[in-house]
Design a protein around this ligand. Sequence first.
Ligand code: 5GP
Length: 189
Amino acid sequence: MRELEERIRRDGIVEDGDVLKVDSFLNHQMDVELFAAMGREWARLFAEEGVNKILTIEASGIGIACVAAQQFGVPVVFAKKSRTKNIAGDVYRVEVPSFTHGGVSDVIVSKRFLGPADRLLLIDDFLANGAALEGLLELARQAGALVVGAGVAVEKAFQPGGDRLRAKGLRVESLARIQSMSPGHIEFC
Ligand code: 5GP
């Protein structure tokens, strides 16, 4: 999506360690008009899929998922990073390694909000090694829900997540795909 690529070129900051900072428009300060354009694009791409719910992961996926959900007219469920071990059996649970922080989060969704009747679109801000989306896929699997695809804002295509998920048969629609980046330079696919 040209508008997102242009914004990344203008305002994105490449940090050491293969991290792109987009906190002036995507995951700290948020440009909601840009989010709306992204939501319209995912709604167009997944129009035939009968999406009835969007599933994302705390925290930075939530804003884009909410704006996208308005285009689909469906609710959003966000998987929560849990601090307390919940052993009551009322949640689906998965461990997700964090790309940006290191460490592993225990990620949960209440069994009340996902189930076999759901046709899910997964949404996240970045796709790097694929751990976040793999975690959401696992939660959907536990719920017996169908995942129709994943909408990603920024895919770092030089990292293995996108290829890995597509090889598994997941439809991944990334609105900007970065082929390579270094401080001061970003090349799109
Ligand atoms: P993955 O799980 O695919 O390795 O990484 C995706 C998650 O890590 C996203 O939810 C996102 O929050 C974070 N992430 C990965 N790469 C970047 C990056 O370059 N910049 C930012 N801001 N977040 C990233």
